[in-house]
Design a protein around this ligand. Structure first.
Ligand code: DLZ
Length: 166
């Protein structure tokens, strides 16, 4: 199967984000990874027209806390979407499994609860090298991809009545 590097997206397919309000929440764990993803996300939003004043960046202690932060942001602000950035590396204990399970289910629940896009930019890797490869390395930057996904989902949200066939 051909593997596609999703960071090689076609710029022409990305909606302009002027007027979109977007939250970016990044975990402090593994900062060499999450900082690069966060920068990739914010730079991509700016390149696609999102105004600086419309981007809110928050930090949380770890990936597990992304769910609460996304819920707080969507409850207390008028943002259109949240990009959640984290990096979980497999260690010697089962912590990895619990965090990955909790955050993937938790972010899904928050998205459905608020009917707003919550983007899962969480790396779940066996090694730090795998994570670095996906945070601006040879497999692109998953923060950039999260930003593109957020723009596409907000566009969908704002235009869904025009896109439905009936
Ligand atoms: C405790 C923990 C461990 C072991 N590993 C990671 C990790 O690889 N990546 C990450 O973002 N966070 C990790 N954490 C911290 C948890 O996400 C969380 O912050 C704590 O369990 C407190 O709720």
């Amino acid at each position: 199967m051909k593997k596609t590097n999703l960071s090689d997206f076609d710029n022409k397919t990305v909606p302009n984000g002027k007027g979109y309000r977007i939250g970016v929440v990044a975990a402090e764990w593994n900062p060499e990874v999450t900082d690069a993803m966060c920068k990739g996300a914010v730079d991509t939003l700016r390149e696609h027209g999102v105004l600086k004043k419309d981007i809110t960046v928050l930090r949380v202690p770890g990936t597990f806390e992304l769910t609460t932060a996304a819920d707080l942001l969507l409850s207390r602000t008028q943002i259109d979407a949240v990009i959640c950035i984290g990096c979980v590396i497999q260690g010697e204990t089962r912590h990895f499994e619990f965090i990955c399970q909790a955050v993937s289910q938790g972010l899904t629940n928050v998205a459905v609860k608020h009917s707003r896009p919550v983007i899962f930019s969480v790396l779940t890797c066996d090694t730090m090298q795998q994570a670095l490869d996906r945070a601006g390395g040879r497999h692109g930057n998953k923060g950039v991809e999260g930003a593109v996904t957020a723009l596409k989902m907000i566009h969908l949200d704002r235009n869904i009545e025009y896109e439905l066939p009936f």
